[in-house]
Design a binder for this molecule. Structure first.
Ligand code: RB5
Length: 150
C-alpha cells in the first residue's frame, strides 16, 4: 500500500458536482483521510468559480495539502483554481490522465466532471491522485515553468 501524498484534502463542487462530492467525501473518510468540505452544501445553483477559488485559497494556506474539485465538466472549476499561483489543477478523466497529472505535472488538485465520469471511475482516479508520487527529474524543470516560465 502506497502512502497518501497529501496530509489533508480540501474538496469543493458546484451544484452539478454536489452528489459526486458527497460520494468522494465518504470514500476519503472510509480511507481515514482528513477532508474538509468547502461546499457547495446542497444542489442550489452555485457558481463553480467561487468553489474553485475557495479550495485554491485553502490549499495555498496549508502547504502539503491537496484538493478535489467537481463541476459538470470539471472545466470551469479547474479554470478558476488554476488562476492561483502554485495551484496545479488537473482535469482528469481516466487512469492514464490521473497518473500523468501526478507523476509528470505534480498536480495538487484533481478536477473531475460529474457528468463525464461515473462514481466508480471517480473513486479510481481519486485513489491514484492520492498515491502516485511526482517523478521529479526532468519534470521538475517543466513544472517550474508553469508558474515562472513566462
Ligand atoms: C453547470 O451547469 C455547469 O456549467 C458547470 O457545472 C460546469 O460544467 C462548468 O464548467
Amino acid at each position: 500500500v502506497r502512502d497518501v501524498i497529501f496530509h489533508k484534502i480540501y474538496i469543493g463542487a458546484d451544484h452539478a458536482g454536489f452528489a459526486l462530492k458527497q460520494c468522494l467525501i465518504d470514500f476519503l473518510e472510509e480511507n481515514k483521510i482528513i477532508v474538509e468540505d468547502c461546499g457547495a452544501y446542497d444542489t442550489t445553483p452555485s457558481n463553480y468559480a467561487d468553489l474553485g477559488h475557495q479550495v485554491a485559497f485553502k490549499i495555498k494556506n496549508d502547504p502539503g495539502s491537496g484538493g478535489v474539485l467537481m463541476c459538470g465538466t470539471g472545466i470551469g472549476i479547474s479554470m478558476a483554481a488554476n488562476r492561483h499561483q502554485g495551484i496545479r489543477a488537473a482535469l482528469c478523466h481516466n487512469v492514464y490522465t490521473t497518473q500523468c497529472a501526478r507523476a509528470h505535472n505534480d498536480a495538487n488538485v484533481l478536477a473531475l466532471g460529474s457528468r463525464i465520469l461515473d462514481e466508480s471511475m471517480a473513486k479510481i482516479c481519486l485513489d491514484i491522485f492520492l498515491k502516485t508520487p511526482f517523478e521529479g527529474g526532468r519534470h521538475t524543470v517543466r513544472v517550474n515553468h508553469i508558474d515562472g516560465g513566462i
